[in-house]
Design a protein around this ligand. Structure first.
Ligand code: CMC
Length: 434
């Protein structure tokens, strides 16, 4: 859809049977105008039907803008390419939640605050101990974040903006600590406490990899690559997990469970779980010679198989994040001296899909998850942890949206309607009569 189809549209008229209603139109700073259908039920007795919210804006937001036709992604107006080249994940997190790039002293105080909220309560260890060693880390992360609400609830006053801000800072600070702890539990390693002398991403990698018996010599290429992936995953406007955070947040629920619900939504393979699914798919394809049969299978609707890491609800062009990750994959593998045959499979798959009519007609391009798994693998991140990496980064976006929502005078409980398709009113029949 082109944004210029209806420039300056201020009103829309909708007729339903004998009634007709004038509906106001909201003009965004960028993007398509949105018809406000709030008056519709009263005026016409009708609701609207939009499964998957393909045509519905659920809120006003000033955080992230995507132009899916052009392949543009802006955080607070800044192009993702510039942030990827010049910024750091923690600076981007500050930008997302505060709206402006921080000054030097603002950043120093944000970094100090995040750094000093990275510890977990010791009681978390016993929660972790309750999980089977082979539990999926995303399942553990959902549970652990939910349990955070039990530590920060009784005195929490959501009317107080400072307390809301602190909850956001705590989440950005503690999610990496909890994520690393989940991983270490799954492999039977003792927990590693966060080191305050390290930057955000390096600290996380230390918590993930360092064994008590020897110091970790971390390749700075790994920290740089991870930080860049965190920037690219930090926010993506009203995606499924962010919308989940907002829906739960609309009820006035505790912010830690709001974010836990976002992690749950992220886990699905149609969303953040795709990065894990991509690597499994590439492994199954195995060799460039098998690519064509994978393409054929993805085109066959009966097979139930989709090319993971391909397609996007909003992007009908190359996902700008995928373009950055693609470039980065070659650089990182080169710098780390890793020669991964899966990269050849991925490149062949991309090349074949981009030439194939099925994918061309449906505008299916690689998305951010297509190449990210190959980098995670090169960095030694286990496959089950891939979506956890996404969750660490997206926490910045989730809390930014939660903060924005809590301040929004138009915020009301999210409560969609339905097209009821069940039986009409009927009388109960006692069991002996059925
Ligand atoms: N492989 C094969 N066919 C596909 C694919 C794919 N990956 N994606 C979409 N299609 C086809 C689909 O079958 C449909 O065909 P038709 O018009 O003939 O019925 C058409 O393209 C439109 O697909 P859709 O399912 O209606 O599109 P959607 O907007 O509802 O779904 C999506 C978007 C991302 C869920 C979907 O493209 C998909 O399942 N992709 C694979 C999973 C994936 O990579 N997800 C990560 C998304 S990016 C990271 C994130 O933000 O979480």
């Amino acid at each position: 859809m082109s944004d210029s189809q209806n420039p300056g549209l201020s009103q829309a008229t909708l007729s339903a049977g004998s009634s007709s209603v004038e509906l106001p139109v909201h003009q965004p700073t960028l993007g398509a105008p949105c018809i406000d259908i709030g008056k519709l039920p009263k005026a016409t007795g009708c609701f609207t039907y939009d499964p998957g919210f393909t045509a519905t804006a659920s809120c006003k937001s000033a955080i992230t803008y995507i132009d899916g036709e052009e392949g543009v992604l802006l955080y607070r107006g800044y192009p993702i390419e510039q942030l990827a080249e010049k910024s750091s994940f923690l600076e981007v997190a500050s930008l997302l939640i505060n709206g402006e790039l921080p000054t030097k002293s603002e950043f120093a105080s944000f970094e100090h605050e995040v750094t000093h909220h990275t510890m977990m309560h010791e009681a978390f260890k016993s929660f972790l101990g309750g999980f089977r060693h082979d539990a999926h880390p995303m399942a553990m992360l959902v549970g652990m974040l939910g349990s955070m609400a039990s530590f920060y609830h009784n005195d929490l006053d959501l009317e107080d903006p400072e307390q809301r801000r602190l909850a956001a800072v705590r989440l950005i600070a503690k999610v990496p600590t909890i994520a690393a702890a989940c991983y270490r539990h799954s492999i039977g390693w003792p927990l590693r406490y966060p080191r305050n002398n390290l930057d955000y991403t390096t600290r996380f990698l230390h918590m993930l990899y360092e064994v008590p018996s020897e110091p970790l010599e971390l390749n700075p290429v790994a920290a740089k690559a991870m930080d860049l992936l965190f920037i690219l995953h930090a926010d993506h406007e009203q995606n499924a997990s962010t919308s989940t955070v907002r829906l739960v947040g609309s009820t006035g629920a505790n912010p830690y469970v709001c974010v836990a619900s976002g992690v749950a939504a992220l886990w699905g393979p149609a969303h953040g779980g795709a990065n894990e699914a991509v690597l499994k798919m590439l492994n199954q394809i195995g060799r460039p010679e098998n690519v064509q049969s994978a393409i054929d299978k993805a085109k066959d609707k009966e097979s139930g198989f989709r090319l993971m890491g391909f397609g996007h609800r909003v992007y009908k062009n190359y996902d700008p994040r995928a373009a950055l990750v693609r470039k980065m994959t070659h650089e990182v593998l080169g710098q780390l001296g890793v020669n991964d045959p899966l990269l050849d499979v991925a490149m062949k798959l991309e090349e074949a899909a981009l030439k194939d009519d099925y994918f061309v007609q449906r505008k299916l391009y690689p998305n951010v998850d297509f190449y990210s798994g190959i980098i995670y693998k090169a960095l030694g991140i286990p496959v089950e942890m891939f979506t956890v990496m996404f969750a660490i980064a997206r926490t910045a976006g989730w809390v930014a949206h939660w903060l924005e929502q809590q301040d929004d005078p138009e915020n009301k409980i999210g409560r969609p309607r339905q097209v009821y398709t069940g039986p009409a009113n009927r009388d109960y029949v006692s069991m002996d009569q059925r």
